[in-house]
Design a protein around this ligand. Structure first.
Ligand code: BG6
Length: 487
């Protein structure tokens, strides 16, 4: 098979190779890329872990833990061919000598292609791994390092990591993953905005009343109680995924789709976010925590009863925020951000609420236009419009113009990790966060974290299976608005 020059041979080293992310997401995504013929046939994966599993032992683990997550349609032969690409290395991330050995192993395998180091470990290993890679000469021009979130727990710790990484790798070698940016629907948002002339003139304060961005999950903390206790929804979802979605909605048209053209525009949005004072946080932010309840008829425990969670925990499993962007396009338009665990449905949605017509001519239940961009579980775009109600009366009613993006090209959508991993192999940085974006995002959430820590605020309880605490609804009603599902 011949490969274009831009499909390089690669070695991908997966630190944290026995972990959950590698098993549930990365290997299945790489398998999908493999069966789709998107990987150079010389491409290899080196899973790295502390345990002495050996290649055979590791492959057994892959069979048990990764294979259940792969698309079942591909046959046994494809799976075996994929496994041929995988090897396992026992390595202590804090032992420089082990990295010398890694360098020798990689050099022996492959001198032409790119070397990718995917850090899917606890963040405390990021610095020793990067330093050891550099000391072993594994930070050359063809090396790339991929950093999984969480990148620190606050601005200071994130700066420490980024500083140390910058001593070892140039910024254009660093791929900070936010898997939301790899979702097809999120990319489609750019196409909707910038490949159509229709919305752009209306995409501003004069015509838009408010924007809602929701990422709701029906899952709880899924055995990750220990991690979640030290994290909470603000750090886990708002600082990264929700703010990135906000950037996609609010950014100016970039001059091109080049990585820096896009990232410069996103940075401008993050830097234009109105900083929240103490009083603003008290008024504009709602923290919640789920109590016991039921999801689709199944009883589920309260957050405080989950394993490895303190019985008096004040960690937030829900956040709603009224954010504002201080620039000419958006001043005065509230952006309502919301995320939570154990909510009624799994749903990610952006709702752009337009203003009402200046003069209502028609009797009936006329409602302002609303554009609803559903990102998951299924992807669609719906524009709520007014049309005449059939009959003699000149009354209007709400109707929906629907764009079924799922079925374009038979709906062959790449998984977010598949797309992002291929982008790393191909050296495309546009869908990865640049360091300054991360700093700006941490800067904006810092007053929210500080306020809750300083005042030891008890998150508002909400029932598992609901849409969050009542205070989140009140946040919108204060602005003469309501969450989309409440309309
Ligand atoms: C991750 C969070 O970044 O995103 C998880 O750490 C969360 O807590 C997940 O469940 C949600 O991603 P998705 O793609 O399932 O919406």
């Amino acid at each position: 098979m011949s490969h274009p020059d831009d499909n390089p041979v690669f070695d991908m080293v997966l630190f944290g190779g026995t972990g959950d992310l590698v098993m549930r997401k990365l290997l299945p995504a790489l398998f999908q890329a493999h069966v789709s013929g998107q990987l150079h046939e010389g491409g290899r994966f080196w899973a790295v872990g502390r345990r002495d599993l050996g290649r055979a032992g590791y492959l057994q683990k892959v069979e048990a833990e990764a294979r259940p997550h792969v698309n079942g349609k591909a046959g046994e032969a494809a799976w075996q061919a994929f496994c041929e690409r995988i090897d396992y290395l026992q390595l202590d991330a804090e032992d420089p000598a082990a990295f010398q050995q890694l360098a020798e192993t990689l050099a022996a395998q492959n001198e032409r292609g790119v070397a990718i180091f995917y850090l899917s470990t606890a963040p405390r290993y990021f610095i020793p791994i990067c330093r050891n890679l550099a000391a072993a000469g594994l930070n050359g021009a063809h090396s790339r390092v991929v950093l999984e979130k969480p990148l620190g727990t606050d601005l200071a710790s994130s700066n420490t990591i980024n500083e140390a990484v910058a001593e070892c790798f140039a910024e254009d070698q660093v791929y900070r993953i936010d898997h939301y940016l790899g979702k097809e629907a999120v990319q489609n948002l750019l196409a909707l905005r910038f490949a159509n002339v229709l919305f752009e003139p209306l995409w501003q304060r004069q015509w838009i009343d408010s924007v809602q961005i929701t990422i709701a999950e029906s899952l709880g903390v899924e055995g990750r109680g220990e991690f979640y206790e030290g994290t909470g929804a603000l750090r886990d979802m708002v600082q990264n995924h929700l703010l990135q979605l906000l950037c996609m909605v609010a950014m100016e048209p970039p001059a091109s789709l080049d990585a820096d053209a896009v990232r410069n525009e996103k940075l401008k949005v993050l830097k234009s976010l109105k900083p929240l004072s103490e009083a603003d946080v008290a008024q504009q932010v709602v923290y919640g925590q789920y109590r016991e309840g039921a999801i689709r008829g199944q009883a589920v425990p309260a957050y405080r009863d989950e394993a490895n969670v303190a019985p008096d925990s004040r960690t937030e499993t829900f956040v709603a925020i009224k954010a504002e962007i201080n620039n000419w396009r958006w001043a005065g338009v509230p952006f309502f951000l919301r995320t939570g665990k154990r909510m009624q449905e799994k749903l990610a949605e952006i709702v752009v609420q337009f203003r009402d017509v200046p003069l209502q001519l028609f009797p009936g239940s006329a409602a302002p236009n609303r554009l609803v961009i559903r990102l998951q579980p299924d992807e669609d775009i719906r524009l709520f419009m007014q049309a005449k109600q059939p009959g003699n009366a000149m009354a209007v009613t709400s109707t929906v113009l629907s764009l079924d993006v799922c079925n374009i090209d038979n709906g062959r959508h790449a998984d977010a990790y598949q797309r992002l991993l291929l982008d790393v192999i191909h050296g495309k940085l546009a869908l990865f966060m640049r360091r300054d974006e991360l700093v700006a995002a941490w800067e904006w959430v810092t007053p929210i974290m500080d306020y809750h820590a300083r005042h030891n605020i008890e998150p508002k309880p909400y029932m598992a299976g609901s849409w969050g605490p009542a205070a989140a609804s009140a946040l919108l009603s204060k602005n003469q608005s309501a969450w989309h599902e409440e309309l």
